[in-house]
Write a protein that binds this ligand. Structure first.
Ligand code: NI
Length: 174
């Protein structure tokens, strides 16, 4: 396993639409292992492949329901079958939008079909935080970030702040 670099906004790559995976093979499992390690190290609870620069429809998550115990989840080619009409609100953050948080409203429940780590077709009925997390990660596959749901003003303030942070970091490195 190896750590990968997490891309941060603004970065045009994060806006790319990810392609479906043809086959869950050793190489894809290696990618998922790396993504999981990168996510744990960050630390975060979800990561989409595009966040490490790979435009494939792959997500890893661990929402840590059991304290102290790892519970990794892998979603390849996830599809939403149904989602509830009732919404819930969570304060969301994102490893690609460091240090920024906002309340986002999304459907409270969703039924997802996907391939697991071994390429088996699985279904999950997610609700609450798990549902929000999956939908956040699935947005990444379409090139959508949570800040896209905010007002233009709020979003541009966040992007400006992140651009400044990036420049500051570059100055120190150079
Ligand atoms: Ni994210």
């Amino acid at each position: 396993m190896a750590l990968r670099e997490i891309l941060t906004e603004p970065n045009i790559k994060l806006r790319e639409k990810s392609s479906a995976v043809d086959k869950v093979d050793k190489d894809l499992q290696k990618l998922m292992d790396d993504m999981l390690e990168t996510m744990y190290a960050a630390p975060g609870i979800g990561l989409a492949a595009i966040q490490v620069g790979v435009p494939k429809r792959v997500i890893v998550m661990d929402i840590g329901q059991k304290e102290g115990q790892k519970n990794p989840m892998y979603f390849v080619n996830p599809q939403i079958i149904t989602k509830s009409k009732i919404n819930s609100i969570y304060e969301e953050g994102c490893l690609s939008v460091p240090g920024q948080f906002a309340e986002i409203e999304r459907p409270d429940k969703c039924h997802i079909r996907f391939l697991d780590y071994y390429g088996q077709t699985k279904e999950i009925k997610a609700e609450g935080m798990l549902a929000t997390c999956i939908q956040h990660e699935m947005d990444h596959l379409e090139g959508i970030l949570f800040i896209d749901y905010l007002s233009k003003l709020k979003k541009s303030m966040i992007v400006k702040k992140l651009s400044k942070q990036k420049r500051a970091i570059e100055r120190i490195v150079v």
